[in-house]
Design a protein around this ligand. Structure first.
Ligand SMILES: NC(=O)C1=CN([C@@H]2O[C@H](COP(=O)(O)OP(=O)(O)OC[C@H]3O[C@@H](n4cnc5c(N)ncnc54)[C@H](O)[C@@H]3O)[C@@H](O)[C@H]2O)C=CC1
Ligand SMILES: O=C(CO)COP(=O)(O)O
Length: 371
């Protein structure tokens, strides 16, 4: 009797597994520099694993006219994002869709990859349209613009609005290098590692984009957001003419503040996470090769506003560091924490014109880490 029952359970178990194993439809929400680079990877992995993924990947494009043509049409006809990732072929199974709701209809996996100031508006348009079992992953480096004195992660903002579980992917991943297929690593943070980790790893892991999955998702995400602030400090010291030793000090003190910040908001986080690609590795690459560094160096050298240098240097792409510095500063200031984070605080004050860039070095000199 028992063996008959167990074979019945095995039978239903097997069929229900098969039923839930139908290929997952993937949508990429965003088509900027990183969105387009990741579309090259996701387009390829979805083709490689037809049992797991539907090969058509929809990519939501914020429509704009580039050289007299609709960007979405250029992407669909010529398979190139001529504005945000020129010169790189997008796989032909990546289809640009300009209607946000349509791009997500029937999708099982949503990949969020837009500058963080647009997340709330995007999610609000999707309310009531996303089934509760949809898997989501955010590649967005930033924090929520909603303040209230507390900290809200972008993944938490998406989860709160759409009522779905959200993992994160962060790492030392300058998009142009990823699009060149140069070897690099990335970290996926999954609160439900056993449940969500394997499929998400399959979606992103390639020979040249090596994924490690960890459970400490909030640390992964905060490393990604805060390294943009540290990169601004690196840009300022570059602009002031300091060398690599100073930049190394910026990176080290930035890392110390990042660990302290994470520990303050999420006590008991795993120190090991800072040694994943999302941690020290992303700090290094961004402080040497990122857009935040570049824009902040030019800000010092030219004396122009941050908005002006961003416009002149980035052709529509955005540097998230100055905005993140402001959001983090307001959060810290409301709770009297700003004195404990002098580097983060100085970056905001310099961006806001409340402090001269040259004063940054005094701030590093008197950092609590030296007391
Ligand atoms: N570019 C990079 O090397 C990397 C970027 N990231 C992160 O990925 C996220 C997205 O960055 P990128 O793809 O580089 O974007 P990007 O910096 O290229 O930003 C431009 C994108 O914003 C879109 N956009 C402009 N106005 C909009 C609006 N009103 N509503 C919605 N979208 C609008 C544009 O259509 C375009 O797709 C950011 O959080 C960034 O920090 C993470 C790793 C690497
Ligand atoms: O996140 C990045 C690299 O990992 C990109 O940094 P920037 O936005 O400063 O270019």
């Amino acid at each position: 009797m028992l063996s008959r029952l167990s074979s019945i359970f095995r039978y239903f178990g097997t069929t229900s597994t098969i039923a839930t194993m139908s290929p997952k439809k993937v949508t990429i929400i965003g088509s900027g520099n990183w969105g387009s680079a990741i579309a090259r990877i996701v387009g390829s992995t979805t083709k490689s694993f037809p049992d797991e993924f539907d090969p058509t990947v929809r990519m939501w494009v914020f429509e704009e006219i580039v050289n007299g043509e609709k960007l979405s049409e250029v992407i669909n006809n010529r398979h190139e994002n001529i504005k945000y990732l020129p010169g790189k072929v997008l796989p032909n199974n990546v289809v640009a869709v300009t209607d946000l709701v349509e791009s997500c209809e029937g999708s099982n996996v949503l990949v969020f990859v837009v500058p963080h100031q647009f997340v709330k508006g995007i999610c609000e348009k999707l309310v009531g349209k996303i089934p509760a079992d949809t898997q989501a992953i955010s590649l967005i480096k930033g924090v929520s613009t909603e303040k209230r004195g507390g900290l809200k992660l972008i993944s938490e903002e998406i989860k709160e609005i759409l009522k779905i579980e959200v993992s994160v992917l962060m790492g030392a991943n300058l998009a142009p290098e990823v699009a060149n297929d140069n070897f690099c690593e990335a970290t996926i943070g999954c609160k439900r590692k056993a449940e969500d980790g394997p499929l998400l790893k399959k979606l992103f892991h390639t020979d040249n984009f090596r994924i490690n999955v960890v459970e400490d998702a909030h640390t992964v995400e905060l490393c990604g957001a805060l390294k943009n602030v540290v990169a601004c400090a690196a840009g300022f010291t570059d602009g002031l003419g300091y060398g690599d030793n100073t930049k190394a000090a910026v990176i080290r003190l930035g890392l110390m503040e990042t660990t302290k910040f994470v520990e303050h908001y999420y006590p008991g986080s795993n120190l090991q996470t800072f040694f994943e690609s999302c941690g020290i590795a992303d700090l290094i690459t961004t402080c040497y090769g990122g857009r935040n560094r570049k824009v902040c160096e030019a800000f010092v050298k030219t004396g122009k506003s941050m908005a002006e240098v961003e416009k002149e240097l980035l052709n529509g792409q955005s540097a998230q560091g100055p905005l993140t510095a402001e959001e983090v500063y307001l959060m810290m200031h409301k709770t009297g924490l700003d004195a404990k984070f002098p580097l983060f605080t100085a970056v905001h004050k310099i961006c806001a014109g409340e402090m001269k860039p040259a004063e940054l070095v005094d701030c590093l000199r008197n950092h609590p880490e030296h007391m």
